[in-house]
Each structure stands twice: as structure tokens, then as C-alpha cells.
Design a protein around this ligand. Structure first.
Ligand SMILES: C[S@@+](CC[C@H](N)C(=O)[O-])C[C@H]1O[C@@H](n2cnc3c(N)ncnc32)[C@H](O)[C@@H]1O
Length: 408
């Protein structure tokens, strides 16, 4: 599960259904995200694809991109539209699949599925089935569809790993998937439970782009490629939503991929999940790089000291190059300072960096000029306080941008 502090899956499901019921029933209301024909046009839907979509369905369009750019749907396909909403993409897919194909439009929100079913039945569209259900537990048999399309739904799903494995399960081997969704540059890390609106507006529930693509690769999708990327939130009528989106680097991507013949082996899944490069990126984007560098500095200093003390007790000796040892500690201290300097750029509070510079100075003095264990220890204490202070400032800055009370 991609964890977002503060929300329970039940809270998310209720908030999502409230919001998208309103989009189904009263699309003319004021939303913080773009809806309707104007949104479709701005996202790149060609006019001819919109021409015969019934206006009440078009009015409730709430997608975030143009997933058809990935070209996954072929004539004769059995297609799943995941998080179909009012079904604009389902209708486009039903035309692409043709009379020999069929589209299953699946959505969590009852007023959305009711609206689509009512209008599709009335318009005599006979290759479209409407199903109410959850992406985390698709009410469909294994390997039952040739292609999948989804627009703006996955970011709203709490357990994305499970949803992606469900997509893998219901898609035939070699089947194609096209997706438009919101991704972020760095994840939200403050507790947002005060305001579930933040989830349903598609920013807080979104995943870092590389993480989202990795989820599909881990599940067994191949040839995962980004075919489009755009500033979806620039279309939002709300200043606050635009500011939140800009602060987290939220934007929309369009992706295409193919289902592999089988899910990767457990070993390969673990390798993909725990690849060091991926963790380094995550640590940096979560603002935890400073803490990681400080831990390494402490480990190389006091961990080595402990080893030097313990090994002789086991009858082993350790030849230590003191210059290399001091250099390693100093390198991690400098990395910690660099991480705090990056934090200053974000929260603009100079205190943590000033304190960290004093701490770092003491450590470097003890390492290279005049060794005093207490001076070195005092340096590490200052550096640790500064690193935690920086983390707190980053969280407060996030809370402020999100408009949460704890940001005050
Ligand atoms: C942003 S709207 C997009 C709707 C539609 N794809 C469109 O382009 O207009 C997201 C849709 O995903 C649905 N959704 C959210 N969470 C879901 C879940 N766990 N399972 C299925 N659908 C979900 C919502 O009800 C909503 O209709």
C-alpha cells in the first residue's frame, strides 16, 4: 500500500464517492479540478472523438489526460475502462473496439455508473457494460480483457499495488494498457487527515512518477513507456490547488504498456522493489537524505570505534587507516550539511543550517585539527538536532502549502 499519513481506506472511499457523485449529479458546480468539454479539449481530445458523446456524459468528464495517445485499443477488443466515471473514454473505446468488441465501464461511485448506464441504454449502445466495483478487487475473471484504459482513477485508489496486480490478473498475456494519471515529484509526508478534500483533488493520493512506473514493472508489465506529460493542474480554477500542485510537482502523464506472459519471479520482484537507486531517490524526495547521511556519519564514527574495541575480544585485529576513516566521517558530515542546505531552499528557515554548520565545524575540528572525543560528540549532537529541526521545518512548510492548521 502506498501510505498517506492520516487517511484510512474507508475515509478515502467515502470522500472519493462524495466528490464524484457531485461530478455525476451536478457537473456545473464549482470544482477545484477541470471538468466537462472544456477539460477534454484542453487535454487534447480531438473534436471528432467528442462529437457524438451525449452532452450530459461529456459534462461529467473528469479525466486528467488523453490516454488514447498510447493507442492500446484495437478493433474487436474486449476492453476494461477502470474508473470510467461518466464514461466518455468508455464510449470512445467502444467505437475503437467496434461491433465485434465490448467495453466494461467500471467505477466505484454509484451515481457515475447509474448515469452512464441510463444514457447508454437510452442511446442503444449495445457493446458497453457498466459495472460498479473497486479497482482493488475487480469483479472480473482472470485474463478476460484484451486491453485496459484508465483516466485519473489510480491516484484515488489507496492500495495501488493491489490495483495494479488486479489489472495484471484480468488482462490477457500480451494485452495492452493505456493510462492517464497524476504523478508527483515528491510525496506528501504530513498528516492530512484533517482534510480528505486533499485526496480527492488528485494531488495527495498520487505517487512519484518513477514509483508508479515501477509498480507496473514489478507486477509483470513490459515496455512501460511515458507517451505524454503535461501540467494538468494549470487548468485548475483554484489558486490553492495550483499552488499545492506546483509545490509537489504534481502533473499528469500518459503511459502505455503491455502485459508480460507471466508475473516476474519473487526474486526479481524483490530486486525491483529494493534496488538501491530507487531507495536513494525516495529518501531524497521524502526529505530524509539528511537523516540518512547523519546515520552513516554516526555509524562510520562510533560503529568503527565499537568494532575496533570489540574485534580484539574475539581474537581478531583491525588495521585502521586513520586518514581514510576521518575522511569517510567528514564526507558523510558534508553530505548531511548539503542536505540541510537543500532544506533551506525549501523552507527558508536558516536556523537548522546554521546549527548544523556549527556542529559540522566541531566534528571537522576534532577530526583534523585537535582530537577531543567530547568536542566530536558535541558536534554530532548539534548536527542531529539541526537535522531533526530541518525535517520539522520541511513538514511545517508542506502543511502550510496544503492549508492544514498544523502549518501555523
Ligand atoms: C478523476 S475521475 C475520472 C473519471 C473518468 N475516467 C473520466 O475520464 O471522466 C476518477 C474516477 O475514478 C473512480 N474511482 C476512484 N477510486 C476508485 C476505485 N478504487 N475503484 C474504481 N473506481 C474508482 C471515481 O469514482 C471517479 O469516477
Amino acid at each position: 500500500m502506498v501510505a498517506i499519513p492520516g487517511y484510512s481506506p474507508r475515509q478515502i472511499s467515502a470522500a472519493v464517492q462524495d466528490m464524484y457523485s457531485a461530478v455525476a449529479e451536478a457537473p456545473e458546480s464549482h470544482f477545484h479540478f477541470p471538468v466537462g468539454r472544456a477539460a477534454c479539449q484542453a487535454l487534447g481530445y480531438p473534436g471528432e472523438q467528442l462529437a457524438d458523446i451525449p452532452p450530459p456524459l461529456l459534462a461529467s468528464f473528469a479525466g486528467v489526460g488523453y490516454p488514447f495517445r498510447a493507442g492500446a485499443i484495437r478493433s474487436g477488443d474486449r476492453v476494461l475502462d477502470l474508473g470510467a466515471g461518466a464514461g466518455n473514454d468508455s464510449l470512445i473505446a467502444s467505437r475503437l473496439a467496434g461491433p465485434d468488441g465490448r467495453v466494461i465501464a467500471l467505477d466505484l461511485t454509484a451515481p457515475m455508473t447509474r448515469k452512464l448506464k441510463h444514457i447508454a441504454d437510452g442511446s442503444g449502445i449495445d457493446n458497453l457494460g457498466v459495472v460498479q466495483g473497486s479497482a482493488e478487487q475487480l469483479p472480473l475473471p482472470d485474463g478476460c480483457v484484451d486491453s485496459i484504459t484508465s483516466n485519473g482513477a489510480l491516484n484515488l485508489v489507496p492500495d495501488k499495488r493491489r490495483a495494479v496486480s488486479e489489472l495484471f490478473r484480468v488482462l490477457k498475456p500480451g494485452g495492452r494498457l493505456q493510462l492517464a494519471d497524476v504523478v508527483i515529484h515528491r510525496p506528501v509526508s504530513v498528516d492530512c487527515h484533517e482534510d480528505p478534500r486533499l485526496w480527492v483533488e488528485c494531488v495527495v493520493g498520487a505517487t512519484v512518477k518513477e514509483e508508479l512506473l515501477a509498480l507496473f514493472e514489478e507486477a509483470g508489465f513490459e515496455d512501460v513507456r511515458v507517451v505524454g506529460e503535461h501540467d494538468y493542474f494549470a487548468l485548475s480554477p483554484s489558486d490553492q490547488t495550483r499552488e499545492v500542485a506546483a509545490s509537489f510537482g504534481a502533473h499528469a502523464i500518459e503511459v502505455g504498456m503491455r502485459r508480460g506472459a507471466a508475473a516476474p519471479s519473487r526474486l526479481r520482484q524483490w530486486w525491483l522493489r529494493f534496488a538501491p537507486g530507487r531507495w536513494l531517490l525516495l529518501l531524497r524526495r521524502r526529505g530524509l537524505f539528511g537523516i540518512a547521511a547523519l546515520c552513516l556519519a554516526l555509524l562510520s564514527c562510533y560503529g568503527t570505534l565499537a568494532l575496533v574495541g570489540l574485534l580484539p575480544l574475539l581474537g581478531l585485529g583491525l588495521a585502521l587507516d586513520e586518514g581514510a576513516w576521518a575522511g569517510t566521517i567528514a564526507a558523510f558530515v558534508v553530505l548531511t550539511l548539503a542536505a540541510l542546505a537543500a532544506g533551506l531552499r525549501r523552507h527558508r528557515a536558516p536556523g537548522p543550517l546554521v546549527l548544523a554548520s556549527a556542529g559540522g565545524g566541531l566534528i571537522l575540528y576534532a577530526l583534523f585539527i585537535d582530537y577531543r572525543a567530547l568536542v566530536e560528540l558535541a558536534g554530532f549532537v548539534l548536527l542531529a538536532i539541526a537535522t531533526l529541526w530541518d525535517l520539522r521545518q520541511r513538514r511545517r512548510q508542506e502543511a502550510r502549502v496544503l492549508g492544514l492548521a498544523s502549518g501555523g
